[in-house]
Design a protein around this ligand. Structure first.
Ligand SMILES: Nc1ncnc2c1ncn2[C@@H]1O[C@H](COP(=O)(O)OP(=O)(O)OP(=O)(O)O)[C@@H](O)[C@H]1O
Ligand SMILES: [Mg+2]
Length: 502
């Protein structure tokens, strides 16, 4: 990134927009670039102090440059090569005068070695400037940079030497944090344990989880369930098992591409979310949930885009990882149809998400689930976007049996006490979730009467359940018809489904 920024500045790009919340880190990077030939002076504008030269005390400010218009005008008047950083100009940039001044500045910069650099955590580019501006993301620190932070911390606390392995674990644990955050996390781990060794990796990790959660968009999910707790869906499981080592160096050497992601469509309550979560254990990769609903933020222009950008940036820096987007259809509902009720925000978000999926080089595997296909934009389903689109249908006989087995065993009951075939026979059209619920209902019934539950309790519970495939039969049928033609069935046998009727 520093490379890219350097190239842009050397190539005399007049206007660069750097999206970052790490001001100090970015300033340092820019200062380094400014030292290269031809040397440039660096100035920083803030709405509190106006323009101050980099490295100078804040009170040594250029006269009368607090207003953004005056500041840009001042920049235009400068003759020497320079980089002019404007911090947090985003709330002012929409004003006609500011936009105009910036355009004037750009026009006057030809062959002047001058660059205006807008630095802000939020991207807000008025249409008038869209063609002139280059937007860059300042990435989170990599292992190398975290190593500087860790080394500093170890030196400051005069800690014992640590092995290369421990060092690597401590560094990895902090991936996904900003430099400041990493510093804080290492310091806290050290204060808590008064040492920084392998045992403190967990402290660093749990601190990181909290920090990542803070903005409410991303969340670390820890899932103890394994694939064995998912009944049926053999095709899907097979696909996942085959790719257990897909993110290893060995797979790259073999010549395999990195899997990009999968979309799981299906009837509600049939294990879509469940299987997504268990993949994390299977692959040994962290599972990060992206809450698309929380990405949207109407409080400020560009806010939603910034949220998504930051979330994806974090996911990338933690990678290899699984990015779990549950019920993605809900998030992108607004981007289909002509009535753009939200001023086009969801289409823009959708667009940025697709672009990211297309271009991402980092090993982030997207696992998305959906159950309302008609709400999904068709670009989404195009071949090649995801590695595979699976359809999770209502469980067939064999699958329902497995689901009973799994949930009875989970509740420490001896499955031989039950006639599973009979149960399976009367709950045709039930989803896995409905089977589980019926079982729980039966248990409550018996528990209230202070006895163990029996076959009869389960039968009664099943009989009193009206499954979704009945209450919403039209939607379910429509989804199945649609998905059968376009997605790969997650269960073993297709023939079986074709015989099923509702
Ligand atoms: N195939 C299955 N095997 C075992 N348990 C299942 C299965 N399907 C569903 N369940 C049970 O039902 C619960 C709910 O399923 P899950 O949340 O995965 O459904 P979903 O397909 O994501 O539904 P939705 O579309 O409503 O989000 C699971 O946590 C699990 O306990
Ligand atoms: Mg779900």
């Amino acid at each position: 990134m520093k490379e890219e920024l350097n190239v842009l500045i050397q190539a005399q790009y007049p206007l660069i927009y750097l999206v970052t919340s790490e001001e100090e880190r970015s300033e340092q990077a820019i200062a380094t670039i400014a030292q290269m030939k031809p040397q440039r002076r660096v100035y920083i504008w803030t709405v509190t102090h106006g323009i101050v030269e980099f490295g100078q005390p804040r009170n040594v400010t250029q006269h009368n440059t607090v207003s953004p218009e005056a500041a840009v005008e001042w920049v235009i008047r400068q003759r020497e090569p320079g980089i002019f950083i404007f911090k947090d100009l985003h709330p002012f940039i929409d004003s006609p005068a500011v936009t105009r001044w910036l355009r004037d500045a750009i026009a006057s910069f030809k062959d002047t070695q001058k660059t205006i650099l807008l630095m802000s955590p939020v991207q807000n580019v008025p249409i008038e400037l869209e063609k002139e501006v280059v937007v860059l993301d300042f990435p989170l620190p990599d292992m190398g940079e975290l190593n500087e932070v860790l080394t500093q911390q170890l030196e400051q606390t005069r800690s014992r030497r640590i092995t290369t392995e421990t060092r690597e674990k401590l560094l990895k644990a902090a991936l996904g944090l900003t430099r400041d955050e990493a510093e804080k996390v290492y310091r806290k781990a050290h204060v808590t344990a008064s040492k920084l060794t392998e045992t403190e990796v967990d402290i660093v990790l749990s601190e990181k989880k909290q920090l990542i959660r803070r903005n409410g968009i991303l969340e670390y999910i820890e899932e103890d369930e394994t694939l064995d707790s998912v009944g049926g869906l053999e095709e899907l499981k097979h696909w996942l098992r085959q790719r257990s080592n897909a993110f290893t160096e060995r797979a790259r050497e073999y010549g395999l591409p990195q899997p990009k992601g999968m979309l799981i469509l299906g009837v509600p309550g049939c294990g879509k979310s469940l299987i997504a979560k268990t993949t994390s254990r299977l692959w040994g990769l962290p599972l990060i949930r992206l809450d698309m609903g929380r990405v949207y933020d109407g409080s400020m222009v560009g806010r939603s885009e910034a949220n998504l950008r930051n979330a994806l940036k974090t996911a990338e820096s933690i990678s290899p990882a699984i990015l779990f987007i549950d019920e993605i259809d809900k998030a992108f509902a607004g981007s289909t149809g002509s009535a753009d009720s939200d001023g086009g925000t969801s289409s823009r978000i959708f667009g940025s998400f697709l672009t990211w999926m297309q271009e991402k080089a980092s090993p982030v595997f997207v696992m998305a689930t959906a159950n309302r296909v008609e709400r999904l934009p068709s670009e989404f389903l195009r071949k090649g976007r995801f590695d595979e689109i699976f359809f999770v249908d209502l469980p067939n006989n064999q699958e329902r049996k497995e689901i009973f087995q799994i949930h009875l065993s989970k509740r420490r009951r001896d499955i031989t006490r039950f006639d599973l075939d009979q149960l399976v026979g009367i709950c045709e059209g039930f989803s896995g979730a409905e089977i589980e619920q019926a079982l729980i209902a039966a248990m409550y019934e018996a528990f209230a009467q202070d006895r163990e539950f029996t076959q009869l309790d389960i039968i009664a519970a099943i009989k009193s359940t009206l499954p979704l495939s009945k209450t919403m039969s039209e939607q379910v049928t429509a989804l199945r018809d649609w998905a059968r033609q376009r997605a790969r069935p997650a269960a073993a046998s297709v023939a079986e489904y074709q015989r099923m009727e509702f």
